[in-house]
Design a protein around this ligand. Structure first.
Ligand code: PLZ
Length: 445
């Protein structure tokens, strides 16, 4: 267990004086292009609590954007990192390799969906993993087109900006973007024009037609999809949609890439969100929850695809850094030993009924959705109108922050309040966080 007291405690206003001082230094030293959701400066964290420099203890419903699923400074991760950092910190796997990298790849090949022969490669960030998955798919198929979805988020590098849907803030003014990328509608049940019941079938028909007429199946290297869309607003594709897309990809020799960077590693109650839909992607990208907070990312997939690339075609100086690998091995061990997939399911079973009760009471909650510990509410104008209510999402999130609950927003229309607690959060803190949400809704809705 974490040594950080598992209690919310407000000693000052939020942010407090010491945080405000640091934030003034930020303005003078850090590019203003790098934003901050909540400018409390953190000193210590563990379990479900973040401790700031003013001594405030905040409940964490963000996990650093779905990263510290095993908890911050998780005991096994700390031990493993300490031991590794004392042994050696870097050699570059491409120069003189080490066993930790192999062990992470073996673990990834084991825990990802499908029992086919797999290979993995390690990188530093989610965006880099996505870029490499596209490289592999293009190289292996000899094709170049990539199909992506509305509301998709895949990163901030040049190729991944092109793959990402939303302009502001991710793409605005940063073009020109990489080419041969085609966007199709997502099966977004809540906003499907003819209703949720028709969504999977109609979205799939539109997908098939648009790819056929606008791209041509034989040009498509890959279809890239988040099994639950993250930054786009925790959009769960209508049941059956992903299955149809997966079957269609197989029929046309197209590589299906599941971007599980946010949804993976027990977050949704399974090792990977793909499993819930019964799909076996050809390639999977992972990052975030993989290493308990250390920077690590991976591409895992069919051996014949991953091995199609010429020797030396994939890599990078730091990819699979030994300290990050040690953290990943300890993270995976923790997820297994402590059944964190089960913990995610328990979090869902507490959060969703309470949020549905609130939705029944306040018509500004248009939708409650997500899976496991990846749960969100979509805020709308109310009175039966689905008009996105970004102002309310921002106000609710800010009010939660004032009360010592770290929440995040999301969504193409910025009207989604999302919850990503560490999977190790205690039930008391989880319920206290929900009490805060209930309270601020009562005041602001
Ligand atoms: N794919 C599905 O969620 C990262 C982005 C935060 P990196 N999401 C958080 C921000 O505003 O930059 C993400 C993701 C999915 C890819 C990525 C990119 O991962 O590690 O941030 O590069």
């Amino acid at each position: 267990m974490s040594t950080v007291p598992q209690q919310r405690l407000l000693r000052t206003e939020i942010p407090g004086p010491l945080s405000r001082e640091l934030h003034a230094r930020k303005a003078a030293a850090v590019s203003s292009g790098v934003g901050t959701t909540l400018p409390v400066y953190i000193e210590r964290a563990g379990g479900g609590i973040l401790v700031d420099v003013d001594g405030n203890q905040l409940i964490d419903f963000g996990s650093g954007i779905a990263v510290t699923s095993v908890g911050n400074a998780a005991p096994r991760v700390v031990e493993a990192v300490r031991a590794q950092v004392a042994d050696f910190t870097h050699t570059c796997f491409m120069v003189t390799p080490y066993e930790e990298y192999l062990a992470v790849c073996e673990a990834l090949n084991e825990v990802t969906p499908g029992d086919h022969e797999k290979r993995s490669a390690l990188f530093n960030s989610g965006a880099e993993a996505v870029e490499n998955a596209i490289k592999v798919a293009r190289h292996a198929t000899g094709r170049s087109a990539v199909v992506v979805f509305d509301h998709a988020y895949h990163g901030r590098t040049n190729l991944t900006m092109a793959l990402t849907a939303k302009s502001m803030p991710y793409k605005h003014g940063f073009g020109p973007f990489a080419g041969d990328i085609y966007r199709v509608p997502m099966a977004y049940a809540y906003r499907w024009p003819t209703g949720a019941d028709n969504c999977a079938e109609e979205a799939f028909a539109t997908f098939v037609e648009q790819v056929h007429t606008q791209v041509g199946e034989s040009h498509v290297a890959a279809v890239l999809v988040e099994p639950i869309q993250g930054e786009g607003g925790f959009i769960v594709p209508a049941p059956g949609f992903l299955r149809r897309v997966a079957d269609w990809c197989r029929e046309h020799g197209i590589v299906l890439i599941a971007d599980e960077i946010q949804s993976g590693f027990c977050r949704t109650g399974d090792w990977f969100a793909s499993e819930h839909e019964g799909i076996v992607p050809d390639l999977i990208t992972t990052a975030k929850g993989i290493a308990g907070g250390l920077p690590l990312a991976a591409v895992t997939g069919r051996a014949e695809l991953m091995d199609a690339v010429h020797g030396g075609g994939l890599g990078g100086t730091y990819g699979g850094n030994p300290v990050a690998c040690a953290a990943a091995l300890a993270t995976i061990e923790t997820m297994r030993a402590d059944d964190l997939a089960g913990a995610a399911k328990r979090i869902e079973s507490i959060m969703v009924p309470r949020l549905r009760q609130l939705a029944a009471k306040y018509d500004v909650i248009g939708d409650v959705r997500g899976r496991g510990a990846m749960i969100a509410v979509e805020l709308v104008a109310g009175g039966g109108l689905k008009e996105p209510n970004a102002a309310l999402a921002a106000a609710l999130s800010a009010a939660c922050h004032q009360e010592g609950l770290v929440t995040l927003t999301a969504g193409t229309y910025a009207n989604v309040l999302r919850f990503l607690p560490p999977l190790v959060i205690g039930e008391d803190l989880l319920n206290e966080g929900l009490d805060i949400i209930e309270g601020v809704l009562g005041r602001l809705a």
